[in-house]
Write a protein that binds this ligand. Structure first.
Ligand code: C2E
Ligand code: MG
Ligand code: MG
Length: 676
């Protein structure tokens, strides 16, 4: 039973076993036929031999019987037995009396051979001849001669032949079975096994991703056909599954993800954000006045409005954001990989703008807008249901607000409101002359003299005056920094010209933002302003922060080269905060490194880093300025380390031009007192 079960597991083995049994059976039949034919052949030969022996002895035997010569008779019978094949020879006279009889000694043979020869051949083969003489014309019987032939040698030969034939038949049967087993394993069983493994590996959720490989040289045979058909079936299965999945996860009207799918995407987005430490914004959006539009223009137009809204939303969003329809006129939008609130505000603003554009639907112009509630991961919640509930609540707030969008967290909305107000106010600040420059002195360590100053922007914005740090970021984001930057350069040039007529050359450093460097005519505008004021370009130093330079090294290189060739001095601001490889320093055309305040006074103050920066600057023949110097101790240390210039509250805060003149240009006593 066990053997049958085992055989059933392998086509090759079953086939080989069947072939083996069949060929053994057929071999046996043919061998038996052959052997029985051979046996009768041998019997015939023995009969012929018997006759030949009788014929040969006939003459002598007739003579002995005729003359009743017992001696001659005995000679005849003995000579016949002496031939070896004859078992007994007997010569009788015409009365049937024995004249002579001879027997060969009885041979030993085993029971099987005896049984076989007595059954199939007869124990002995007997031959008899009547002995006659012719007297006149009368034939007269004188006696008879008979012999029994010994058949044991026939039986022996037959047994040797039979065992050879049977062994050959068995060897042949086994060889055929083995060859067949090998062939079927190579051609059928192994490829079938591989196909079975491939089929077992098919992912039922994604059957098409795993098409079954068709083994080489099997493309045209039955196996190839079977696998091709299976592959066809898999791809049909995939299409059907896709259709089912679509039905289960898409909104049939807009073909956007439905509630199930968009919720699933949100939960994936949250996991990614958790890993990458980024924000995710969940926007709940509905169309204002949708019910009115539906009621007055009909459901068909309402449907088209929803389709158009979905299409506008998908066009605005980035590829890794998602939009889904929750039902009715409600959409859920997920913004992934967000780094700050401003990014969210910008996208929401774009959504609001896009939805406020008029829709032209079957000849009707329809005006609507979207109300958006915003919840932010991780601030407002860490799971899908909390975030969706918060966004939903925020949407009701949005309906009452003028912007038509609202953050769930009140203070976020407040912060964004304030930021938007600042942005709007910055737009007017230039025309309203609300900007002014303050100047902070730069002191040479070698002789405590005034080496120049840095111009820092201030904004007289109601109700207070703001330092650059409070609004430069917003000005950069909104792009207004480009105009402000041009104004700063102009004011600095004016100041240099004014001071030079009264006090001599005072170099001024101004800060340049990355946005300005991106302007195609930045170099041209800068040089033409300097030329317009007729000042020496070397009195203007441009401070560019290290991070900006690293972000666009190749572009910066060309710009700095042109500015420097025109005589302008270039300084790398906040040096040491870029955490970059310093190899770029050897390439960049710069004059000064302005060591970041954090290395001078902050918690990162580090003797080793400062020593390294100063010694590297010396090697590259760059000047060093230490910023943020607040104490006498820092001053002594920086002087000792070999910094060329110092800047910081120790000498002065950034102050208006008039005060600067008063303290540093008209009287030198102030600096002298600081030098002590
Ligand atoms: P910055 O160029 O590194 O300027 C130095 C900042 O450190 C200034 O802040 C200055 O008031 C402050 N500071 C100077 N000495 C000390 C000190 O001893 N201790 C401390 N704690 N602070 C000191 P401010 O004026 O708020 O400027 C901030 C940043 O805004 C500047 O950093 C500069 O990158 C940018 N900025 C200022 N004016 C302009 C401008 O006209 N255009 C552009 N694009 N950026 C400007
Ligand atoms: Mg600076
Ligand atoms: Mg700085």
């Amino acid at each position: 039973m066990k053997l049958f079960r085992y055989l059933n597991q392998s086509i090759g083995l079953t086939q080989a076993t069947v072939v083996l049994l069949a060929s053994v059976f057929i071999g046996l039949i043919f061998s038996t036929l052959y052997l029985s034919y051979n046996l009768s052949d041998q019997r015939r030969d023995a009969m012929t031999l018997t006759e030949e022996i009788l014929t040969a002895a006939e003459g002598g035997a007739t003579n002995a019987a005729w003359t009743l010569n017992a001696n001659l008779a005995t000679q005849v019978t003995n000579s016949m037995v002496a031939l070896g094949n004859v078992q007994t020879a007997e010569l009788l006279d015409d009365n049937g009396q024995i004249l002579a009889k001879a027997n060969a000694p009885q041979k030993q043979s085993n029971a099987l051979i005896t049984w076989f020869s007595s059954t199939f051949i007869g124990e002995q083969i007997r031959g008899e001849r009547e002995l006659t003489v012719t007297v006149g014309d009368k034939v007269q019987k004188v006696g008879s001669l008979s012999i029994n032939l010994d058949v044991s040698h026939i039986t022996n030969n037959f047994f040797i032949l039979a065992s050879t034939v049977f062994i050959a038949a068995l060897i042949q049967a086994f060889s055929i079975a083995l060859v067949l087993l090998w062939l079927s394993s190579r051609l059928v069983t192994s490829p079938l096994k591989r196909a079975a493994i491939a089929i077992a590996n098919i992912d039922p959720k994604n059957p098409e991703a795993m098409t079954l490989p068709i083994p080489a040289k099997h493309e045209q045979n039955e196996l190839g056909h079977l696998l091709k058909h299976a592959n066809k079936m898999l791809s049909r299965l995939y299409i059907t599954q896709e259709q089912l999945r679509n039905l289960a996860t898409r909104d049939p009207l807009t073909n956007q993800p439905n509630r199930t799918l968009i919720t699933d995407r949100l939960s994936r987005a949250l996991k990614t954000a958790q890993r990458n430490n980024t924000l995710v914004a969940v926007l709940f959006m509905d169309l204002d006045r949708f019910k009115n539009i539906n009621d007055s223009l009909g459901h068909d137009i309402g449907d088209i409005l929803l389709i158009e809204t979905a299409s506008r939303l998908t066009k605005i969003l980035r590829s890794n954001d998602s939009v889904g329809r929750l039902g009715g006129d409600e959409f859920l939008i997920i913004l992934e990989d967000v780094h700050d609130i401003d990014e969210i505000v910008r996208t929401v603003q774009r959504i609001s703008d896009a939805l406020s554009d008029p829709y032209f639907l079957q000849g009707h112009e329809v005006l609507t807008s979207g109300s958006v509630g915003i919840a932010v991961y991780p601030d407002d919640g860490e799971d899908t249901s909390t975030l969706m509930r918060c966004a939903d609540l925020a949407m009701y707030e949005a309906k009452g607000s003028t912007t038509r969008w609202h953050f769930f967290a009140e203070e976020m909305s407040d912060r964004v409101d304030a930021r938007l107000k600042t942005e709007a106010a910055l737009g007017h600040a230039l025309e309203r002359h609300e900007f002014l420059l303050h100047f902070q002195p730069k002191i040479a360590t070698k002789d405590h003299s005034l080496a120049g100053c840095e111009a820092l922007l201030r904004w007289r914005s109601d109700p207070q005056s703001l330092a650059a740090g409070d609004f430069i970021g917003i000005a950069e984001d909104s792009g207004i920094i480009v105009e402000i930057g041009a104004w700063v350069l102009e004011q600095a040039c004016k100041q240099i010209r004014d001071w030079s007529t009264r006090y001599g050359d005072i170099p001024i450093s101004i800060n340049v933002s990355g946005r300005q460097l991106k302007e195609v005519d930045f170099v041209y505008q800068t040089l033409s302003t300097i030329r317009r004021y007729g000042i020496n370009p070397s009195l203007i130093e441009l401070e560019i922060t290290e991070t900006i330079l690293i972000d666009a090294l190749d572009e910066s290189f060309n710009i700095l080269k042109q500015l420097r060739e025109a005589g302008i001095t270039i300084s790398i601001d906040d040096f040491g905060t870029g955490y970059s490889s310093l190899s770029y320093l050897t390439r960049l055309p710069v004059d000064t490194l302005k060591i970041d305040r954090s290395f001078v006074s902050g918690p990162q103050r580090s003797k080793a880093v400062l020593e390294m920066i100063v010694s590297m600057a010396k090697t590259l023949q760059l000047k060093t300025v230490a910023e943020g110097v607040e104490t006498q101790g820092q001053r002594n240390w920086l002087t000792y380390e070999g910094c060329d210039y110092l800047q910081g509250y120790l000498f002065s805060r950034p102050i208006p031009a008039v005060e600067f003149e008063d303290l540093f240009l008209q009287q030198t006593s102030y600096l002298k007192s600081k030098a002590k």
